[in-house]
Design a protein around this ligand. Structure first.
Ligand code: 9MR
Length: 383
């Protein structure tokens, strides 16, 4: 017995049929949707989706296999790229065509939609025109007007269609722990004041929405990770002192097997300091969200079975720690299928094989990672 409700069995059966799966060769939770499993514990699950290039066949509405998989596993969606300034503000005006396609798709299938992101802070992700923008004689006013107009325009356009915003993404420089210095913070005059303004504007325009500060500080230990965590804590403390309306810390969760160590050893060195961080964040009254989960398997063996087992074990250990915090409710994977993952292009393995950091392989077949995620949801304390 899988412990599934009748509704879940029926839904899972229909999804499995859509995916062309047979009943016999599947793991225990293969037929239950991940979101259905998560919801039993008061959690929710979803994924990033892309509209098109560079992953044209991944666009969920253009690829029935991907759509079937999303429908089976996801209750939440987030655009991987299409709400970023590089897409909506490729020129100084606005263009929401690609994101609208995702928002319409989400609405047509009743997915809940996250807004990633109102502002991606590192300058390398700005559209070109912004890098060379002339902020004029009163740069602080001009910068505020530009950012506030962006937040208002997006929040007004999508209203309650977006339930949660990454208002600001990656504002802390990992090597120093300070706020990143960019043409926009320089024009504004203060990075803190700029972030405060973004959150206050979002609160005024989208009072229904969860407002998230999102960043990639990670539980693996390394010098930059320590500095990054310290910087994020300082930022979160500042928000609370100044009364900035930030609800949630978005923990991207691109977890990484980057050391030649067994999983247990990595977990052992990571868990204590990471819990201390999460304890401090939640003590300040922040909620938590996993916003971009995947696993970089760079130092895991080439052998597929051994690698998949290692990825699954590592993910399970991480998710168990995260799920022990009842302040965490939403979990989003940064894509569901290996062949479309950003990881393969961004940080290739030495053996040139595809990184196996998503719950499904290139043939849309569920991997041990998916089973590990299901089992972490099942083992989570209810919230
Ligand atoms: O996965 C995204 C990839 O397709 C884009 O090329 C890249 C640049 O826009 O952004 C990737 O997503 C990032 C996310 O927006 C913020 N956190 C890190 C993600 C991986 O780089």
């Amino acid at each position: 017995m899988t412990g599934l409700t009748r509704r879940e069995m029926l839904a899972a059966g229909a999804a499995a049929a859509a995916l062309g799966m047979s009943g016999s060769a599947t793991a225990q939770h293969e037929f239950a949707g991940l979101n259905d499993i998560a919801m039993r514990k008061g959690l929710r699950f979803g994924s990033a989706v892309a509209w098109g290039q560079p992953n044209a066949d991944r666009a969920s509405f253009a690829n029935p296999a991907y759509a079937a998989l999303l429908e089976r596993d996801c209750g939440l969606l987030v655009p991987e790229n299409e709400l970023k300034w590089q897409w909506t503000r490729h020129t100084q005006g606005y263009n929401f065509a690609q994101f609208d396609a995702i928002a319409d798709y989400a609405a047509s299938k009743a997915y809940k939609l996250r807004g990633h992101t109102l502002f991606w802070a590192p300058q390398k992700w700005f559209p070109e025109w912004l890098v060379s923008h002339d902020f004029g004689a009163q740069p602080a006013k001009a910068a505020e007007a530009l950012l506030a107009d962006h937040v208002r325009t997006v929040c007004k356009r999508y209203g309650t269609k977006i339930y949660s915003y990454d208002v600001v993404n990656e504002a802390v420089e990992p090597s120093t722990g300070a706020l990143r210095d960019t043409v926009v913070t320089r024009a504004f005059g203060s990075g803190e004041a700029m972030l405060d303004m973004m959150f206050h504007t979002a609160k005024a325009e989208a009072p229904h929405a969860e407002l998230v500060y999102n960043d990639y500080m990670s539980w693996e230990r390394g010098t930059e990770d320590e500095t990054h965590i310290t910087g994020v804590l300082k930022l979160l403390e500042g928000f609370r002192k100044r009364g900035t309306p930030v609800d949630t810390l978005g923990i991207q969760s691109h977890i990484r097997l980057l050391k030649d160590l067994p999983v247990a050893a990595i977990v052992k060195e990571s868990e204590g300091p990471w819990r201390k961080f999460l304890d401090e964040v939640t003590a300040m009254g922040y909620k938590l969200a996993i916003t971009e989960f995947d696993v970089n398997d760079k130092k895991a063996p080439t052998d597929i079975a051994a690698r998949d087992a290692m990825v699954a074990d590592y993910a399970k250990a991480y998710l168990d720690v995260m799920f022990s915090y009842k302040q965490l409710k939403d979990v989003l994977a940064w894509g569901m299928v290996d062949k479309y993952s950003w990881l393969t292009g961004f940080d290739p393995r030495a053996d040139k094989t595809m990184i196996r950091g998503c719950p499904y392989d290139a043939e849309f077949k569920a991997k041990p990672l998916r089973e590990a995620m299901a089992s972490a949801f099942l083992g989570a304390p209810a919230r």
